[in-house]
Write a protein that binds this ligand. Structure first.
Ligand SMILES: NC(=O)c1ccc[n+]([C@@H]2O[C@H](COP(=O)([O-])OP(=O)(O)OC[C@H]3O[C@@H](n4cnc5c(N)ncnc54)[C@H](O)[C@@H]3O)[C@@H](O)[C@H]2O)c1
Ligand SMILES: O=C[C@H](O)CS(=O)(=O)O
Length: 491
């Protein structure tokens, strides 16, 4: 039987990091709607009661951000860089506690949670440095008395809506460039995982980020808060990470104000193993890519295409590796796979397996129940997968690896691109000509070649087709929070 978390603060080196109120204009604030429960997905027990803000309170946070942004934009890039560096330092000094809070509310193994804290903090570090490099330009005039300039200026108030699967990094990947650019930020985290967002505000306050510049507005309501973000005239930027379905809703709502939007949406990643691949490396990459966060990432392999000549060998090697994965409580040492976020997520995995079996697939591994109850699921491998099965077009978002067979390069490119999504893709091959041609032919924003992990703050992360708009990370990432102003000077 799994232990209950009866006192989350008692698990922390610094219990004061566990805050449950909202952070608005530098003030810790209760919710007009009372509180909502945050549950640990491993056990289902309530670990915190968090302030439930009303739409009116969120409007007040937007007002505060609008007022604070004027002064924040006057800070030099170097001054902003200094407080962002302090924020980064505090995240890393408290990495263990932030990881424990994250695992308690999201379920992922503590080692992964601590890894997310470092990954999330890296965006604050990187964009703090970029704050000093927001360059304009001068352009030779079109007439002798004209001097042309381009200025880069902060867009204003940025409103953020983020998912539960990376409750730290999906916020910092936005707040980093936003604050570095001189914007103010209002974050509405997922109701499943608000604690990781709130503790970012605790550390922002300690770092000296001015009141009103970074605000966290937890709420059990999602659509009402989304409408406030889209309809409030003081919001200049909507930055969303989540499903394509919700992204569409928000884009339609934001259209009324022609609001600038960044969209990091759903995926359906192909993972292709060619017959000249290093199979052991491909298995290692498939484990990392498919089962990170229990398959609950936007860039997880959703479809594994294996060339006929190596299909059986790859399936055998993958099964041997998957059998070693330990399912259990994320707070316990040695756990590789925690629980899924909720019972509905487990049901979707079961639905995809049942659909595949009904259409002729075979469950190679993972049919047994891990016997832990709750949202725990044994990692699964299915063989005989075909494009007619649900997981060919829908994100499974769970620990299910369907193996598709293919014969030719042209065939697998067509299969891999046969989706409305275009976020991440992966393939393993050695022939240089094949590597270059396949990387060019895949219709995705991200291509991993001989690797299953592509995530870094140094690179532009984002999708094409219905996987999103814009990029997060890299020097490109700050452009989404800047406006370009052309000045024509007559002398
Ligand atoms: N591209 C990326 O970087 C990226 C990263 C992580 C997750 N995702 C995607 O997110 C999805 C999983 O996360 P999820 O289940 O939280 O997604 P979701 O779209 O259901 O929810 C995302 C956020 O939007 C909020 N929301 C839901 N409906 C809303 C509405 N009508 N108006 C305003 N806000 C609303 C939710 O409360 C949550 O905070 C997957 O599709 C995954 O691929 C994408
Ligand atoms: O779920 C999607 C995140 O963007 C995952 S990561 O950025 O690859 O860690």
């Amino acid at each position: 039987m799994l232990d209950q978390i009866t006192n989350l603060a008692g698990l922390l080196k610094d219990p004061s990091l566990l805050e449950t109120r909202a952070y608005v204009n530098g003030t810790w604030t209760d919710g007009d709607k009372g509180t909502f429960d945050v549950r640990n997905p491993a056990r289902g027990d309530v670990i915190a009661e968090v302030a439930d803000l009303s739409r009116a309170q969120v409007a007040q946070a937007i007002d505060a951000a609008y007022a604070a942004q004027k002064d924040w934009a006057q800070w030099t890039g170097k001054e902003r860089a200094k407080v962002l560096r302090k924020w980064f330092d505090l995240m890393m000094e408290n990495q263990e506690d932030l990881g424990t809070i994250l695992t308690a509310e999201q379920g992922k193994p503590l080692a992964e949670a601590k890894g997310e804290i470092a990954y999330g903090a890296s965006f604050i570090e990187f964009f703090g440095e970029e704050a000093k490099r927001i360059y304009g330009e001068t352009i030779p005039g079109h007439q002798r008395d004209k001097r042309l300039m381009v200025m880069k200026q902060p867009i204003g108030v940025a409103a953020s809506i983020t998912p539960w699967n990376f409750p730290n990094a999906m916020i910092t990947r936005k707040a980093g460039p936003a604050l570095a650019a001189g914007c103010a930020f209002v974050a509405r985290p997922a109701k499943e995982t608000p604690l990781s967002a709130i503790v970012l505000a605790v550390l922002a306050e300690r770092a000296g980020i001015p009141a009103g510049v970074f605000n966290v507005v937890p709420s059990s309501s999602s659509s009402e808060i989304g409408k406030e973000f889209c309809e409030n005239g003081k919001v200049r930027k909507l930055t969303f990470t989540g499903s394509t379905e919700v992204g569409r809703i928000l884009l339609k709502q934001a259209a009324d104000q022609v609001m600038k939007c960044s969209m990091e949406l759903g995926g359906n990643a192909p993972f292709i193993v060619f017959d000249d691949a290093d199979l052991d490396a491909a298995v290692e990459g498939a484990i990392a890519c498919k089962f990170r966060n229990n398959g609950q990432t936007c860039v997880c392999a959703n479809r594994l295409y294996v060339q006929s000549g190596v299909y059986d060998a790859f399936a055998e090697k993958l099964a041997a590796a998957v059998k070693k994965l330990k399912v259990g409580d994320g707070l316990k040492d040695g756990t590789d796979l925690g629980p899924l976020i909720n019972p509905e997520a487990l049901e979707k995995v079961r639905e995809h397996v049942a659909d595949a079996e009904a259409k002729g697939a075979k469950v190679l591994l993972g049919s047994e129940d891990p016997g832990l109850g709750g949202g725990f699921c044994a990692p699964l491998i299915v063989t005989g997968a075909t494009q007619e099965m649900k997981f060919a077009t829908e994100e499974t978002f769970g620990p299910l690896a369907p193996l598709f067979r293919f014969d030719t390069v042209d065939e697998v490119i067509e299969l891999a691109n046969d989706t409305i999504f275009g976020l991440a893709s992966y393939f393993y091959a050695k022939d240089l000509s094949r590597v270059y041609k396949v990387a060019e032919a895949l219709e995705y924003g991200i291509v991993g070649v001989n690797t299953g992990i592509i995530s870094t703050e140094l690179a532009p992360f984002g999708g094409v087709k219905q996987s999103g708009l814009g990029r997060e990370g890299s020097h490109h990432g700050i452009e989404d929070y800047l406006e370009m102003k052309y000045v024509c000077l007559s002398i």
